[in-house]
Design a protein around this ligand. Structure first.
Ligand SMILES: *Cc1c(COP(=O)(O)O)cnc(C)c1O
Length: 440
C-alpha cells in the first residue's frame, strides 16, 4: 500500500465520501448484528439520537465549563443519573471520560494520590487485582508506576477472596474486581472484597465498564445478581461505560466515587503557567462535547423504561443462545455468567475451529485464552437474528468436529500458538511487533 501524503489540493466532498464508503466495504456488518463485541447494537432510532446529539455538539470543547455550560450540565447529569442507578448516596460524585480505559487510569491515579496523602510510609504502592480484570488495569499500572499483582480466580471463575487477602502486602493500596468480568461475564465476590477493603483500609474499585448499564436493570427484572454497587460498604469507586450498554456513541464512560474526598485525588491543576491557571478533571485536555451530548441524549431518550425493555430483550436472547450451546455435548459455557456476556469452551474440540466455522458464516466471535474459548458479548440487536445464529452454530459444529489442527485458519492457528506459548514474554513481544507492523 502506498503511504498517504497530504494532497496538494483539496478533494470534493462527494468524492471523499464515496471513498469513505468504499473503505467501509470490508468492515464487519455491525448493523446486521454479525459482531459479538466492539459494537453494542440496538434499535436504529437509539443510534440516530446519539448520532444527531453528537453532531450537534461536535465542535464544542468540554475543557471549558465556563465557555460551554451546556457540556457541564450534560456531564453532571450523566454522572448523577449513573451514580443513582448504582445506588450512590447523596455524596456520590464522578466525571465523564473518553472511555473505560481512561476511567480506569483515573481510578488508579486517584488511589495512588490517596495513598500518598494518607499512607506516606508506602513508597512503592501495589494494586491487587482479580486476574480476569481488563488489561486496561495493567496499562494503568504500567503508565502510573504501580506494581500490579494478579490473583487467580476460584474454580467458578469468580474472585478467590482468600487468595486476594493472601496477596496483600504492607504496600497494597488498592483492590480491583469486576461486575461482570469481560472474559466470562461473572460478577466477582464484591461483598466479601468490600469487607476485606474495610478491614485493611484499602481502596476498592469495581470495574462495571461492561455491567454498569445492564446489571441494575437485570436486577429489577428479577435476575439473580449478587450485590456489587455502592450498596456494598467498602466500595470506593466504580467505572461504568455509557458507550457500551448505555448505547451512547463512542467516547463516553463514567468514573464514580463514593464521595468527593476520593475524587479530589483524581484532579490535576497547574497554577504557574504563562497561559493561565490550568486545571482538568480527567486525563484529556480538550474534551469532546459530542460524546457528552450523545451520552446525555441517549440516556434521556431511553429512560429506565427503555433500558429495561432492551435488557429484557437481550437477556431472553442470551438465555436462548446459552441453551443452544448447552444442548451441544462438546460445548460448555465457562462458569455461570450473570448477565449478557459469556464464553463458549470445549474439552473435546478445538474451539478456535468453531470460531473459524462461524466466521465463514459471517459471525464474528473473539478468541480468548486460559482456557481457550470464544467470547460472546450479546446486544439487544442479536435478539432479531438469534435463530439464525443458533442454526449456524449447529452447522458450524459439524464442520468443527471434522476439522483437524491443519484446517485452522492462519489467524486461529496463530492465536492458538500465541496462547499456548509457555514463555509469556514471547507472546507479549509478538503482540508488540504485530502492532508495530500494522500501524505502518
Ligand atoms: C471495555 C472494558 C474496559 C475498557 O473500556 P474502553 O472503553 O474499551 O477503554 C474496561 N473494563 C472492562 C470490564 C471492559 O469491558
Amino acid at each position: 500500500m502506498s503511504q498517504a501524503e497530504l494532497p496538494k489540493k483539496g478533494t470534493p466532498k462527494s468524492e471523499l465520501f464515496a471513498k469513505m464508503d468504499e473503505a467501509r466495504g470490508t468492515d464487519t456488518n455491525w448493523k446486521a448484528a454479525r459482531l459479538f463485541g466492539f459494537v453494542y447494537r440496538t434499535d436504529d432510532d437509539v443510534h440516530e439520537v446519539g448520532k444527531e446529539a453528537y453532531a450537534k455538539f461536535i465542535t464544542e470543547n468540554g475543557l471549558s465549563p465556563f465557555a460551554f455550560p451546556s457540556l457541564l450540565k450534560f456531564e453532571t447529569d450523566v454522572v448523577s443519573m449513573t451514580a443513582k442507578m448504582l445506588h450512590g448516596g447523596e455524596d456520590a460524585v464522578g466525571n465523564l471520560t473518553s472511555g473505560g480505559s481512561e476511567s480506569l487510569l483515573m481510578a488508579v491515579k486517584a488511589a495512588r494520590e490517596w495513598s500518598r496523602a494518607t499512607k506516606p510510609e508506602i513508597k512503592e504502592p501495589e494494586m491487587v487485582v482479580v486476574n480476569t480484570v481488563h488489561p486496561g488495569w495493567d496499562k494503568a499500572a504500567h503508565y502510573l508506576g504501580l506494581k500490579i499483582v494478579h490473583v487467580p480466580v476460584a474454580a467458578d471463575f469468580r474472585s478467590d477472596v482468600a487468595a486476594m487477602r493472601a496477596a496483600c502486602t504492607a504496600n497494597t493500596v488498592m483492590l480491583v474486581c469486576s461486575a461482570p468480568t469481560y472474559p466470562h461475564g461473572v460478577v466477582d465476590r464484591i461483598d466479601e472484597l468490600g469487607k476485606l477493603a474495610q478491614e485493611k483500609n484499602l481502596w476498592l474499585h469495581v470495574d462495571a465498564c461492561l455491567g454498569g448499564f445492564v446489571l441494575p436493570f437485570a436486577e429489577k427484572l428479577g435476575y439473580d445478581i449478587p450485590l456489587w454497587d455502592f450498596r456494598v460498604p467498602g466500595v470506593t469507586s466504580i467505572s461504568a461505560d455509557v458507550h457500551k450498554y448505555g448505547y451512547a456513541p463512542k467516547g463516553a464512560s463514567t468514573i464514580l466515587y463514593r464521595n468527593d474526598t476520593y475524587r479530589l485525588y483524581q484532579y490535576f491543576a497547574y497554577a504557574e503557567w504563562a497561559g493561565g491557571v490550568y486545571g482538568t478533571p480527567t486525563m484529556l485536555g480538550a474534551r469532546p462535547g459530542g460524546a457528552y451530548a450523545g451520552a446525555w441524549a441517549v440516556m434521556n431518550y431511553l429512560g429506565e423504561e427503555g433500558y429495561l425493555r432492551l435488557v429484557r430483550k437481550m437477556m431472553d436472547a442470551t438465555k436462548k443462545f446459552q441453551a443452544a450451546v448447552k444442548a451441544i455435548p462438546e460445548l460448555k459455557i465457562i462458569g455461570d455468567p450473570h448477565a449478557s456476556i459469556f464464553a463458549i469452551g470445549s474439552d473435546v474440540i478445538n474451539i478456535y475451529a468453531l470460531g473459524d466455522a462461524m466466521k465463514k458464516r459471517n459471525w464474528h466471535m473473539e478468541g480468548q485464552q486460559f482456557p481457550p474459548a470464544l467470547h460472546v458479548t450479546m446486544s439487544p440487536g442479536h435478539a432479531d437474528v438469534i435463530d439464525e445464529v443458533i442454526k449456524d452454530l449447529n452447522e458450524a459444529m459439524v464442520e468443527a468436529r471434522g476439522a483437524g489442527e491443519a484446517a485452522l485458519s492462519e489467524s486461529a492457528a496463530m492465536y492458538g500458538m500465541m496462547s499456548s506459548l509457555p514463555d509469556r514474554s514471547m507472546a507479549k513481544e509478538l503482540a508488540l511487533q504485530y502492532l508495530n507492523g500494522i500501524y505502518k
